[in-house]
Design a protein around this ligand. Structure first.
Ligand code: ADP
Ligand code: ASP
Ligand code: MG
Length: 407
């Protein structure tokens, strides 16, 4: 007997028919004698609808009430799946985040899971329950109010439940049959990976591949959770996310990710003296604006220089407000912004031991006439900022340039 966690995303539970299909998949695991915890997302489109309702009621709404509304989609899908399971003879019961409880931080709409007490779930299994259906994406904060984990957060719920239950594996069922070399929806010749390292998956997710939420990969890595991404519609092997020593043949570049959720800010002619960067980024940090790429040019006259950085697109207005109100300290000449940029990243642990990876990227982009606005690198990643309209062209060109296209 094994203990497993199965997670089904929005498309997988998007209709009554699909929920019944999910119930059959869960029953198949139960029939093998396994104890199954199932984590579900809201039915597809539902979270967007709820977010829209909150916006329409009051654009500057209270974050606590936003989470009460936002978490509602998962309550419906977990109740429905529990009913569907009972209907086909599986002993199932639903659980909301607060009932378990899934304890989180107090950052509403971007809460982090602090602790999951597994004792109730353990008790339910020992009483003979076969499938415990858990609402993903939600938890309960220090003040006992409902919290949510950020978009895509049900992946994180699933991995956290798997860690708490010491599950043998955590299977993430979704609308693609695994992790691909890049988003298969924009590059049809993308290849499915049999395995990917935690580190690469972490970079892929944090650079925009939404197949897994970044935090879920972090948790899986920290707790050694055996994580798989599989199709909820087809019965075939998916992708295993595992440690580097489980992978024999390592490609130099394993994948390409893109993110359109980017905006660029340039401070023209800021004073070139110690302390200025802290005066720019201090107030941004205080305002919880997450700065990503940063470049500062060499000063031509020794007095002033240009400084460029990127922020999530939704934070641009706030970032500008913060910078403008700090101008008396920063003393820049003007502020340029763009909300039509995107970030393209190539990722691979093989980069650690191979030179020339970035050069291939720069050549491939220049062959297509695509201008690079900002560059940043880490040990296993090179990212560039480009005009958003070239996103797909760039991803396709890089996919070919690194020899990733399927034969
Ligand atoms: P779910 O609702 O099941 O959580 P998501 O929409 O959050 O599903 O994630 C699955 C989607 O991730 C796919 O439909 C695909 O378009 C996208 N995606 C982006 N990058 C990749 C990648 N490298 N491999 C697989 N899917 C990817
Ligand atoms: N329903 C939430 C969302 O749409 C969480 C999830 O699907 O993982 O973001
Ligand atoms: Mg998702």
């Amino acid at each position: 007997m094994a203990r497993i966690v199965m997670k089904f995303g929005g498309t997988s539970v998007g209709s009554v028919e699909r929920i019944k299909n999910v119930a059959q998949r869960v029953k198949a695991e139960v029939d093998q004698g396994n104890e199954v915890a199932v984590v579900v997302s809201a039915m597809s489109g539902e979270t967007n609808r709820l977010v829209g309702l909150a916006q329409d009621i009051a654009p500057m709404h209270d974050a606590r009430e936003y989470d009460v509304v936002d978490a509602a989609g998962e309550q419906v899908s977990c109740g429905l799946l529990s009913m569907a399971l009972q209907d086909i003879g599986v002993q199932a019961r639903s659980f909301l985040g607060w009932q378990i409880p899934v304890r989180t931080s107090d950052v509403h709409s971007a809460a982090r899971i602090k602790e999951i007490d597994a004792s109730l779930l353990d008790q339910k299994f020992s009483e003979g329950h076969q499938a415990l259906v858990i609402a993903g994406f939600q938890g309960i904060g220090p003040d006992d109010r409902v919290t949510t984990l950020g978009r895509g957060g049900s992946d994180t719920s699933a991995v956290a439940v798997a860690a708490a239950l010491r599950a043998d594996r955590c299977d993430i069922y979704t609308d693609v049959d695994g992790v691909y070399t890049t988003d298969p929806r924009i590059v049809p010749v993308a290849r499915k990976l049999d395995k990917i390292t935690y580190e690469e998956m972490l970079e892929m997710a944090s650079q925009g591949a939404k197949v897994l939420q970044t935090r879920s990969v972090e948790l899986a890595m920290a707790h050694n959770v055996r994580l798989q991404v599989l199709s909820s519609f087809e019965d075939k092997p998916g992708t295993l996310v595992c440690s580097e020593d489980e992978i024999m043949e390592q490609e130099i570049v394993s994948g390409i990710a893109y993110s359109r959720d980017e905006a660029k800010v340039t401070l023209v002619k800021v004073a070139d003296r110690p302390g200025i960067a802290a005066k720019v980024f201090g107030p941004l940090a205080d305002a919880a604006v997450n700065v990503d790429m940063i470049v500062q040019n060499v000063s031509e006259d020794g007095k002033s220089t240009d400084m460029t950085f990127t922020v999530p697109r939704g934070d641009l207005a706030r970032a500008v407000q913060v910078i403008e109100s700090a101008n008396s300290e920063i003393e820049y000449a003007s502020l340029d912004t763009s909300a039509t940029v995107s970030k393209i990243s190539v990722i691979g642990v093989g980069m650690r031991s191979h030179a020339g990876v970035a050069l291939t990227m720069f050549r491939a982009l220049s062959d297509k006439g695509i201008n690079i606005e900002v560059i940043s690198t880490s040990e296993i990643k090179v990212s560039v900022l480009i005009e958003e309209e070239y996103t797909e062209l760039a991803v396709r060109a890089l996919h070919t340039a690194y020899g990733l296209d399927a034969a």
